[in-house]
Write a protein that binds this ligand. Structure first.
Ligand code: CMX
Length: 130
């Protein structure tokens, strides 16, 4: 198993209107907008080279609304693409890493699992296997 790349960086925003900044100054357009009701977010994906920026606007009370209340807008998570998410999760679990998802679930971009920031040096980590 190997980390393939930074798949995306999630930024919590009060409104997806923030994407205008990326349009205006960096010439990046959102490739897709999506609502993910079970995660209580609306997202915009902006492709920047090999990596995406995922803007996350809360859709009711959930992880992102809580983050915004506590910390304000900012980087919410970093998503690393891996080629074998099950094997990474198994090895992390065996090593006592705090997993939010012990098994992968279906996310916007394929199989995903979150790892708690307390095991990663304060950054919420998302594993993605498209
Ligand atoms: N990044 C870094 N630290 C974070 C954090 C984040 N995104 N969210 C919370 N924390 C910190 C808190 O500030 C807190 O720190 P202190 O103890 O120093 O105060 C600590 O982690 C624990 O916080 P908590 O209040 O116990 O836990 P929360 O209820 O805030 O939940 C988390 C935190 C990460 C477990 C929860 O947000 C979660 O399960 N996230 C995974 C799912 C998710 O984020 N979905 C939204 C995105 C979906 C998508 O991209 O599609």
């Amino acid at each position: 198993m190997k980390a393939v790349k930074i798949h995306h960086i999630g930024i919590a925003v009060n409104s997806l209107e923030r994407e205008k900044f990326w349009n205006q100054f960096l010439n990046v357009e959102a490739e897709e907008h999506k609502e993910i009701p079970d995660q209580k977010v609306k997202i915009a994906f902006l492709q920047v080279g090999e990596t995406k920026i995922e803007l996350l606007e809360p859709l009711g009370e959930g992880a992102v609304s809580k983050f915004l209340e506590k910390r304000g807008e900012g980087i919410h998570h970093i998503a690393v693409q891996v080629d074998d998410i099950n094997s990474v999760l198994t090895r992390m679990k065996e090593a006592g890493v705090t997993l939010i998802d012990e098994k992968p679930r279906e996310g916007a971009e394929g199989k995903i699992a979150f790892v708690h920031p307390k095991s990663t040096g304060g950054v919420l980590l998302e594993l993605v296997q498209p």
